[in-house]
Design a protein around this ligand. Sequence first.
Ligand code: R5P
Length: 292
Amino acid sequence: MEAQIGNKLLLVTPNCADLAKPNVEIKRFPDGETYVRIDEETEGKHVTVLHRCYPKQDSSLLQLLLIGNAVAPFAKSLTAVVPYLPYARQDKAWKTGEVKSAEIVCNLLVSSGYTNLVTYDCHFLKKGGEHKRDKLTILNKSMGKMLEDYLSRQIADDPVIVSPDSGAGYLVEGRGHAMKKVRGEYVTDDKTAYREVKELSMDFSVNGREVIVLDDMIAGGGTMERAVRLCIEAGAKTVRCGATHGLFLNFADQRIKEAGAQEVIASDTVQCPYSKVSIKEQLFTAPLSSFF
Ligand code: R5P
């Protein structure tokens, strides 16, 4: 992908080298702080920054904000493409004193000069397409169909397509069913804050069928593990799992396979050994290509 087409400029950070040619310099000062430099003419251009913000989400996010601040004073418009948006999971304050991190991240992007954000299966947006968050326009792309198509290759009969909760229901909308998930209270030790899955249920049959479970993400894996067990207990012939963002924390992949999953895949919004489908195809075709 050419960095420059007309008055459009694509800035690519080194952690997206698999998607396009990097042209942003990111280094560290001797004390560990972040140094960024853009050696491209940005004046009067519609600039798009392609940057992964996971792993190391705190420093990656800061890099994105610094790049925005370097470009915004000169660019005509500024778009961030962040395949997996960090902090998107905390969009509500459950307890007094908590913060809505998702909202703060959106505000930080705006204050760094970004007017548009393109992201994939973003946790706080419960459907695809265009959304407004104050001054930020967000395009939420979905990998649901690509994951499903990949997992369907091995399946002869019509599979049952399932999402493990209503939040991820739009990934299977018009093609499948959503389970009902209830999370419990925070399980909090000194270091982690996590709400376990308390209940998972479904009001549709998977008996004797091949099942594909699709979710926006596999983080701790509790959701997918429970979904696989539920399907198998309900008589599913096989269960295959796909998630847009594959974080696979604490051996989540092993636990999901031990629960009985025949296949587990993810996209490459987060690069991992399970990345079997790529956002690359979608990136450079309409409507996304209009940004580059
Ligand atoms: C929401 O609740 C999401 O759709 C995912 O199901 C969830 O974030 C997965 O988290 P975990 O893998 O930790 O259960």
